[in-house]
Design a protein around this ligand. Sequence first.
Ligand SMILES: [Zn+2]
Length: 182
Amino acid sequence: MTLGTKADMRRLNKPGQAARSILLLCAECVRDKEYSKRLVSVADNVAEAEAEYAKKGEATSLFTIVSAGTIAGCVTIKDMEKLYTGTFSRKNSPVRYIYDEIKLAPRNSICPLCAQRVVSTLDHYLPKSRHPAFAVTPLNLIPSCTDCNKAKLDLQPANASELRIPVKAASRTDVMAATVPL
Ligand SMILES: [Zn+2]
């Protein structure tokens, strides 16, 4: 058995929670009833988007997912950014444990992207400013260090070879599939 190899550290397990249940749990925490209702109304769309993400991730064609200004014309980018910052990732929020679970996935809290620095945040592989449907989708959330997260910013990968993250791994799917050499 080998321990602590680079590839080993980069490996991530599949997220335990589905995007739909995270969205619904977040919606329960929101005080504004109208906002909460709108979030619940797009649960199916978020679940469908997650299924598409999983499929395209396997085919390494995430870059073909078209950006959108809203989810089903009902929930905006701002709505989802607010949900991510104000509810999902907010310290002391009732759903923060889900964020922490995803963040704590890498072994020894080592950033799976650079395999060097310590994880400090979650990076949206497809930016939430362009893909509101993936703002709280675990498959789209890569635990990363501050440097790797900053290096990528809000850029959308334009094609498979033009990935703006300073690493070999193209997405969480790639990170999850990283093989461990024996
Ligand atoms: Zn890193």
